[in-house]
Design a protein around this ligand. Structure first.
Ligand code: OAD
Length: 225
C-alpha cells in the first residue's frame, strides 16, 4: 500500500505548540503579513527574528506526543509530508519526513542560500558562515514563497493509494489541494482532525477528535488490517 500522510499544526497542538487559525492561534496574535512574508522580513527583520526565536524556544521545551509516536510505527510503509516547521516527527523517530514549509531549527542565508543549524536566538547580527553577510533568516517557507520538495510530493501523490491529512485546516495551498491530487490518482482519502477542515468534503472518511487519541487508534487499525 502506498500511504502518504500530510500533517499540520494540529498534530503538534497537544505538545504545546500553538496552531495558527484556532481560537488563540498564532495568526490571531501576530500579523501574518509582518512575520511570515518576505516583505515583512525586508521591513523589519528584527521583529521576524523575535517571532521565530519565540517559536524555537517553545519547540526546544516541547516533546513529541502520542500522535507523533504512533506514526513512527508506519516507518517503511508511509511518507510523511509535514507543513510543520517543528522537528517533533523526527524526534519521535519517524524516518521519512518531507518538510514542505521548511524547518525552524535550520537557518538560511538570504544572500547566498547557504543553510546551517539555527542558533536558538537569531538576530540581524547573525553572520552567514559561508558569505559572512548578516542576512540570516529562518529556513521556513513564507507566504508568497514556493514550498519545498514539490516535484517529489507530486510524484508521491500520483502514486498514492491512501492519502491521510492529520491536523490541518485546509486553508493553505498547495497543501490543501493534495487531497484532490491524490483522489485524481485513485487514492482513498481520510481526514483526521479535531473538527472538519475547510476541505473535509473531499475526503472519503473523516475521523474527529484530538490527535493523541485518534491517530494511535487509526495507526493500530491500519497495522492490524
Ligand atoms: P491551522 O492552525 O490552520 O489548522 C490547525 C488544524 O488542526 C485545525 O483544523 C484544528 O481543528 C486542528 N487541531 C487543533 N488541535 C488539534 C488536536 N489536538 N488534534 C487534532 N487536530 C487539531 O494549521 P495548518 O493547517 O497546519 O504556513 O496551517 C497550514 C499552514 O498555515 C502552516 O504550515 C503555516 C500556516 O500559516 C506557513 O507559515 C507558510
Amino acid at each position: 500500500m502506498s500511504l502518504v500522510i500530510l500533517t499540520g499544526a494540529g498534530v503538534s497542538a497537544e505538545s504545546g505548540l500553538g496552531t495558527f487559525r484556532d481560537q488563540d492561534g498564532l495568526w490571531t496574535q501576530y500579523d501574518l503579513g509582518e512575520v511570515a512574508t518576505p516583505q515583512g522580513y525586508a521591513r523589519n527583520p528584527a521583529l521576524v527574528h523575535e517571532f521565530y526565536n519565540a517559536r524555537r524556544a517553545n519547540l526546544l521545551t516541547s516533546v513529541p506526543n502520542a500522535a507523533h509516536e504512533a506514526l513512527v510505527k508506519l516507518n517503511g510503509r508511509a511518507t510523511l509530508i509535514t507543513q510543520n516547521v517543528d522537528d517533533l516527527h523526527e524526534r519521535a523517530g519517524s524516518t521519512n519526513v518531507i518538510h514542505m514549509h521548511g524547518e525552524l531549527m535550520q537557518a538560511l542565508c538570504a544572500n547566498c542560500g547557504h543553510r546551517w543549524t539555527a542558533p536558538p536566538a537569531m538576530t540581524t547580527a547573525t553572520p552567514c558562515p559561508a558569505c559572512g553577510q548578516h542576512t540570516a533568516r529562518p529556513d521556513v517557507v513564507w507566504f508568497g514563497e514556493m514550498p519545498y520538495h514539490m516535484d517529489r510530493i507530486e510524484n508521491l501523490l500520483d502514486q498514492c493509494e491512501t492519502f491521510v491529512a492529520i491536523g490541518t485546516s485546509g486553508n493553505v495551498y498547495p497543501a490543501a489541494g493534495f487531497v484532490e491530487w491524490a483522489r485524481a490518482a485513485g487514492a482513498r482519502a481520510v481526514e483526521i482532525n479535531l473538527e472538519p477542515s475547510d476541505v473535509a468534503r473531499s475526503f472519503d472518511e473523516v475521523i474527529l477528535g484530538p490527535a493523541t487519541e485518534t491517530v494511535p487508534a487509526w495507526v493500530d487499525a491500519i497495522l492490524s488490517a
